[in-house]
Design a protein around this ligand. Structure first.
Ligand code: FES
Length: 128
């Protein structure tokens, strides 16, 4: 059965029919993981500030809510070497950011306008 939701995928696996519409148009997850004993982690590289900046900008631009954007905390996303990291779904685009300007660009370009911020992409080989 076709759906009228513009953000819903056309179908999932063949023969299984359409998937329900996405509850959020885009969802961004920020790793806020903090390791004990000073071991390197996203929390040591400004992850909390990035998360809070993103929440604030999404709210200020009136982007938050069902059918729109959701900003979430996450634990370790296992790509620590590129930290701080965040990932945007449904596209599955990974970012590494440094400051508030980076977050603002992710919010306006990707979360609002759907344009990937190439300069902030986490290289695919970056893992733990
Ligand atoms: S500590 Fe952030 S990805 Fe692992």
């Amino acid at each position: 059965m076709p759906t009228s939701n513009p953000v819903a995928p056309a179908a999932h696996r063949a023969g299984e029919g359409p998937v329900p519409p996405h509850y959020y148009r885009r969802q961004i997850f920020f790793c806020l993981n903090e390791r004990k004993g000073g071991e390197d982690c996203c929390a040591l590289h400004g992850a909390q500030a990035g998360f809070e900046r993103c929440k604030s900008r999404v709210k200020a631009l009136d982007l938050a809510g069902p059918g729109r954007v959701r900003v979430n905390k996450a634990g370790c996303l296992d790509r620590c070497a590129g930290g701080p990291v965040a990932v945007v779904y449904p596209e599955g685009v990974w970012y590494s950011y440094v400051d508030a300007d980076d977050i603002d660009e992710i919010v306006t370009s990707h979360l609002r306008d759907g344009q990937v911020v190439e300069r902030l992409l986490l290289p695919p080989e970056i893992g733990r």
